[in-house]
Design a protein around this ligand. Structure first.
Ligand SMILES: Nc1nc2c([nH]c(=O)n2[C@@H]2O[C@H](COP(=O)(O)OP(=O)(O)OP(=O)(O)O)[C@@H](O)[C@H]2O)c(=O)[nH]1
Ligand SMILES: [Mg+2]
Length: 319
């Protein structure tokens, strides 16, 4: 089936609210909520289509945007490539020019609206930050807290507590020490370990190793059938297209893809390089953080290539 190229926008206002619109009842996916947009015309540059559709549907003219995510999705009756952009500035007053209902909602309210099936990764991508910090080595709890606090102060919104050299009791003890640093803030604390941890208060998400991912997929584990609390984040470590597909199948929130470049923390792993990374990002249907030999300086390059952002250890840990 030939894929229909569709451009859609996550439009943000100055308070970080998102504009959503209700699809007219007589259209494909009618009655569901959507991110405004529409079909790219033959030969039309995508960002021209973005401007045209937002003007036609909402009467606004975007003035600043960046790619968010691209999703290939097959519905029973059609296949679409949703090319989704974040629009951070526009002129004009947004209103439903085609008679459709439009609404500004906060990011936390998004999950209470019903969207077409293809939109799940768009919702994840809209809610996830673009810098994901993974903890490096440290000596003692005080240093751990200092480095984590330092990272949070520098704008790292999501941090994975990784410490493979600790026993599980020690890991638990250090985790208890970290939880208060995150509680009552929008900052996300991601942990390593078993799925049960997702049920605990104070833990925002779990980062699966690729071995855990493969094991879950083999068992036919699917997030929609499990008692995973709403809003909890499940991240999978992926290194190739088969793992990215598994990640999408089991329904993770997002994935890391590594190693993009050579890295001292995993000297034996062969880097993917940019060309293979681009190809994997193009096919991925979950938001992806590029990882391995990367840092803050690579953020823009990764986002432009279609990634959610950059994950790093060294780049932020040792400052
Ligand atoms: N705009 C938009 N389309 C989406 C989203 N999610 C999703 O699956 N689609 C699908 O993408 C396809 C194209 O969207 P569209 O109906 O807005 O196209 P359009 O504005 O050019 O409309 P038209 O064909 O009536 O002129 C539809 O099949 C729709 O179901 C979304 O969030 N926004
Ligand atoms: Mg449309």
């Amino acid at each position: 089936m030939k894929s229909i190229h569709v451009v859609a926008a996550v439009i943000l206002d100055e308070h970080d609210n998102v504009l959503i619109a209700r699809r007219p009842d007589d259209k494909h996916m009618g009655g569901l909520w959507e991110f405004p947009g529409g079909k790219v015309e033959a030969g039309e540059p995508v960002t021209d289509a973005l401007s045209r559709e937002l003007d036609e549907e909402l009467g606004i003219q975007p003035t600043a945007w960046e790619p968010l995510i691209r999703i290939h999705h097959s519905y029973p009756d059609k296949t679409v490539l949703l090319d989704v952009w974040t629009v951070t500035a526009f002129t004009g007053h947004a209103h439903g020019r085609e008679g459709q209902l439009v609404r500004w909602v906060s990011k936390s309210e998004l999950s209470s609206y019903e969207f077409p099936e293809a939109n799940k990764p768009i919702l994840s991508a809209a809610l996830l930050p673009n810098r994901y910090g993974i903890t490096g080595s440290y000596n003692g709890l005080e240093e751990l807290a200092r480095r984590v606090t330092n990272g949070l102060d520098q704008g790292m919104d999501m941090i994975c507590f990784r410490a493979p050299w600790l026993s599980s009791d020690e890991y638990r003890e250090h985790l208890e020490y970290l939880i208060p640093l995150f509680s009552g803030t929008p900052l996300k604390l991601i942990v390593k370990g078993s799925l049960e941890l997702l049920k605990e208060d104070g833990i925002d998400g779990l980062h699966l190793t690729f071995a855990q991912l493969e094991e879950l997929d083999r068992k036919g584990w699917r997030i929609e059938r499990e008692a995973v609390p709403d809003g909890k984040i499940l991240i999978a470590s992926c290194h190739n297209s088969a793992q990215l597909e598994m990640a999408a199948r089991i329904g993770v929130t997002c994935a890391t893809l590594s190693p993009v470049l050579a890295t001292d923390s995993h000297p034996d792993a062969k880097p993917l390089g940019w060309e293979a990374t681009h190809a994997l990002l193009e096919r991925a249907t979950v938001p992806v953080y590029c990882l391995g030999g990367l840092g803050e300086n690579n953020l823009n390059q990764c986002v432009q290539a279609g990634a959610q952002g950059v994950a790093s250890i060294r780049d932020w840990w040792n400052i």
